[in-house]
Design a protein around this ligand. Sequence first.
Ligand code: ANZ
Ligand code: ZN
Length: 810
Amino acid sequence: AERYNPHAIEQKWQDVWAEDGLYTFDENAAGEKFYALTMFPYPSGNLHIGHWYANVAPDARARWMRMRGYNVLFPMGFDAFGLPAENAAIKNKADPAVWTYKNIEHMTGQFRRMGTMIDWSRQFATSDPEYYRWNQWFFIEFYKRGLAYKKGGLVNWCPKDQTVLANEQVVNGACERCGTPVERRNLNQWYLRITDYADELLDFTHTDMPDKVRLMQTNWIGKSVGAEVTFDTPAGPETVFTTRPDTLMGATFMVLAPEHAKVKALTTPEQREAVEAYVTAAGRKTDVERQQEGEKTGVWTGSYATHPITGDQLPIWIADYVLVTYGTGSIMAVPAHDDRDFAFAKAFGLPIKEVIRAEGAAAMPADPEEPYNGEGLIVNSGEFDGMAGGKASIAQIIAKLEEKGIAKPKTTYRLRDWLFARQRYWGTPVPFVHCEKCGMQPVPYDQLPVKLPENVEFTPTGQSPLKLDKEWMATTCPNCGGPAERDTDTMDTFVDSSWYMYRYLSPDYHEGPFDPSKAALLPVDLYTGGIEHAILHLLYSRFWTKVMRDMGLTTQNEPFAKLRNQGMILGEDNEKMSKSRGNVVDPDDLVREYGADTVRAFLMFIAPWELGGPWDSQGINGPSKWLGRVWNLFFDEKATGPEEKLTEADVRYAVHSTLKKVGDDFERMSFNTIISSLMELTNTLVKARRSPVYGTPTWEESLNIFNLMLAPVVPHIAEEIWNQRGKEGSVHTASWPQVDAAAAVRDTVTIGVQVNGKVRGEVNISKTAPQAEALSAARAVPDVARFIEGKEVVKEIYVAGRIINIVVKG
Ligand code: ANZ
Ligand code: ZN
């Protein structure tokens, strides 16, 4: 028989599957729908090993669901707008569209060679005008609902990419794409009102997401419950946000962010120079630098605020540890009970006043070593004395302060509205026009899409490149018919991925973003992708679905019923793969050398899928040899080696217990253990071939089940085997086999029998055999009998299912 040669079969089956439309989803087919989706890639030009890792296991699982009778939708597309296309285009003096669509074609071919069950008939790219037309439609709808607005103010600006960024795209003060420290600029920008949904986005009841993702989103939204307290200042009343109104009597100074609007008015002539120098210096620092722990810096403004209860005069300082973007941009400082305020008071010799004391503790010393952040009773606070500090009394204290007109309850969020437009070329044009007479006007629906102009000079200048195309810009006002100019901003590309999962339902639908008659296919039942999207894409798409629901477009609360994240495949050196490190593994090379099935099996085997791990260039030989053995098991006529003593029960146990385990592992997405179970079963079947089981109905059953179990994991070899065994149709439309529960458990176990601690033989007995039965079976083993003959048995130890030990003397 011929040896396993993946190259002789893989391309062949890929062609057959494509010709037969084997993976074309039919919504009317039998079976409960199951919508499985992996995050669509950016068309960078090449599928890297990470793409394979992200797609192979979910593909296997989707195939398994299909074999179990589900009607599985498993589509794929391309997240095609964005800066890399533009940057590549600038470098190569080519059109971003040409670059993008060429890459898409190449990558689609790579996906095909992976042997996935993707339904390519639903593929689209977000840069297709028929797709981004609906981005524009959505935007106008959002605008009409008051969810899109334009506002001036400080925004994040990436000086390298020459565009504004959303807060979500600033990681540790740097651009999440290029790592350049982000600057702040005062600009008039478009926003989406995601904050309207802050509370709802904290509710995860309708979406099963990993704890880590839930936590990251929760922290990002950053809900804080507390109060706003108002102090009088020479520049008028100033309100601070505090989560600890119970410590109000411990406030000994006030701090404003350097950018706070009242800074100028509060600064006295004597302090002007120092304050201005500090404000300028703070403006030069990046947010990372400002948030770093370390020496506290600040300057006194020269003014005082009046404590609303005691009337005490509290000095007003400015310091960069107070952020202008959070709360009201000012705080009441309580150094006795807050770490940062404490460090600041110590640095500048400001008073520290204790107002919370642990029960039974001594008073805080005049010059304490550290603040007290624990629980306790309120002290030194007049009428509040003796109340419990912290959570227990906050509502009560707020109520009292509210009566006095000093405070009111306030909940703040860290979440900010989504800064939505970009000053770059390769994105969806914002569908608005500016008319001198009528102001900003949305483009009428029947004029959508507003297509991106071609042949634009798009070298980044900080201005939108669309501004350079005067012909494109010139249009007429939909309201008065007079001359008007198009908006030249483009949308954040995270818009594209916020609703793409809906487009797959009806990619050719022209009446709306998706055909409402296909709504029964929602939600996505299983969504898979990288954890790096925990906040950006996943938060935005949850927001988008909630707006769609409120628009009456869907009844879903969440886009994804369940989300699971894969880990990352690192270089063999345990570092992230990158061209500069020279540790990149090219899946195309691997496919050429080993075939797609081997690469698939190895990527499932290499690590627990959710963890990932380093590449192992030797390790791939394991799966490669395994598939060779699988091949020989079916096709090699001569079985060599000693005769094996397996029974039909042994073989059926091996097959059905593996079948049960593989099913359970698919369910819980433990893919590496699926491969190891199948490898183990291969060994058993190789032995069974040389046993009396060979040729029996059990043998046939075993091969059949094994063939079916291989199908989701290594689809090409499984199909070839199926075909050569003369089976009907495709193995991929066959049913997943049923576990014979009785065969899958084995009551009997083989346990060792020791004499004086040395193993002398073994017995095959029931796991629950009583002691007397086990011992008599043990004594009957010839090798054991030999060692106890004529000796005195002093002790017999039996641990059911584990071990028998007979201790003898003489
Ligand atoms: C007095 C106080 C006493 C505070 C105390 C804390 C502890 P979270 O939980 O993050 O919402 N704060 C308010 N606005 C701020 C800003 N713009 N920049 C920096 N800090 C700000 O934190 C809320 C607390 O952070 C507020 O409660 C305030 O300090 C500070 F023992 O007020 B607290
Ligand atoms: Zn007009």
